[in-house]
Design a protein around this ligand. Sequence first.
Ligand SMILES: Cc1cc2nc3c(=O)[nH]c(=O)nc-3n(C[C@H](O)[C@H](O)[C@H](O)COP(=O)(O)O)c2cc1C
Length: 190
Amino acid sequence: MTHTISVIVGSLRAGSLARKIALNAIALMPDGFEAKIVPIGELPLYNFDYDDPESAGTPTPAEYTSFRETLKAADGVLFVTPENSRTIPACLKNAVDIGSKPNSDVAWKGLPAGIISHSVGRMGGYSSQKNLRLALSYFDMPFPGQPEVFLGQSTSLLDSAGEFVDDSTVSFVRAYLARFAEVVREHQHS
Ligand SMILES: Cc1cc2nc3c(=O)[nH]c(=O)nc-3n(C[C@H](O)[C@H](O)[C@H](O)COP(=O)(O)O)c2cc1C
């Protein structure tokens, strides 16, 4: 049985380090797991009118529906995000809000989740990761407790091909993904 993981990258820029880290993580997923990036850049800015049955003339955008269906079909979600202004980038918050509605069918609800944050500075996107956990805390999503992955000085972690330079980074991220995979499996058995 193959487990599918949606990977959400909290950066839209072409040269994003978060995207490179996400691609490394996808390659390091345990056997039996298939992960792929779900794009969030084309999602219209969240507006509750789209989800409000009382708001005529503002149908739910097709991009919202397809994003929600992709999440609901997955066995888990892995976020890989930088930090902007001490919190999550706006594109990621937009995706979180879109996944949080409608109340009757919340895509995030109960979905096992993992987070890898990074920063070009030393703190590894600490505030971003904590803020993302806070934003998701309403949806009863199982997370690995430990380890937590804050990748600081991320520019130095990747080579010119976008691959992790050090074996220690590979082992650390692999161990995290193994723990995340356990959470996904446990959730499916429960
Ligand atoms: C608008 C903006 C705000 C930022 N705020 C923070 C911040 O609060 N903390 C931090 O560590 N880095 C911050 N940075 C630096 C980012 O970590 C850095 O640009 C990183 O490479 C972005 O991730 P990406 O390569 O995945 O796009 C900020 C960058 C931008 C453009």
